[in-house]
Design a protein around this ligand. Sequence first.
Ligand code: UT7
Length: 325
Amino acid sequence: MSTLRSILCGSGSYLPSRIVTNAEMATRVDTTDEWIVQRTGIRERRVAAEGETTSMIGLKAAQDALADAGMDASEIDLIIVATATPDHTFPATATQIQAALGITHGAAFDLQAVCSGFVFALATADKFIASGAAKAALVIGAETFSRILDWEDRTTCVLFGDGAGAVVLKAGAGQGTLADRGVLTTHIRSDGRFMNKLYVDGGPGSTRTVGLLRMEGKEVFRHAVVNLAETVRHTFSETGLTGADIDWFVPHQANRRIIDATADKLGIGHERVVVTVDRHGNTSAASIPLALAEAHKDGRIKRGQLVLIEAMGGGFTWGSALIRW
Ligand code: UT7
């Protein structure tokens, strides 16, 4: 049966130039390189320059993805930016990127699912394309988490970084089978009862301030390992696939221990896992598209291969998607 698929035809990334090492973090808060590496796998992260905003870095990732796809911005009729750190409370960061790309048609909006934002945005764009409502979409994850960190709280400030990644999805005909190229399945979930485990303690509608990130790390860790395995098992039961069928596992990059534990639970060998958390830290909604772009650029992810992505974040939100590149 002929069906419309969202073909992933380009990926791109951008990282701010400033690198902050664990040694530098140890000059700011009571921590050590050894603790951070052992507990998280993070060695360094990027921090945006003063005046370098989420829309600016998201734009660079979008341009990189368009170049990779060999497409002109004028072909794009949908832009979704997954971000928890928009330039302004409104308008959407996506509309700023739209304007900077010179696009005056179609629609652009932001989507808020924190660290799961890219999976949610990909799932949303896929629905637009599959229904015929959009022909080509830019899905961007862009974050400047450095601006919502409490730089005196060692339990959180060592974990996050800034960056942006993007993919281009284009409508294409498929057969409705797992052999098709494009987004094959998506699963997204949320459970708002866990809001106080990972949140920002301010906002325009409550405190009239931006607020700072607060997290009960151990609790989030516990839920992450359970929820991430659950969402992927959903994908496996729906498709009949197993971990052995996955060419590349590209998880949200929060903690190396979560990544390894999830891969083990799913039967995916560590040599098939894309890891960037050591160099990027947790870049929230940007982490998966950054990792996709890196593994595509360096030749690991090849056309036709099966790529599994998953993420979990504040809300709680979590989800996964299966893509044939
Ligand atoms: O992307 C959204 C999802 N976010 C996540 O997935 C994050 C999930 N959570 C985690 O990754 C881990 O829970 C953390 C990395 C945040 C923490 O690791 P942990 O093994 O759960 O450590 P912990 O919170 O139990 O802390 C252990 C000890 C504590 O000291 P005491 O109470 O045992 O004396 C902390 O105060 O480590 C201490 N500690 C630190 N020590 C040095 C906490 N942060 C630091 C630090 N440097 N930066």
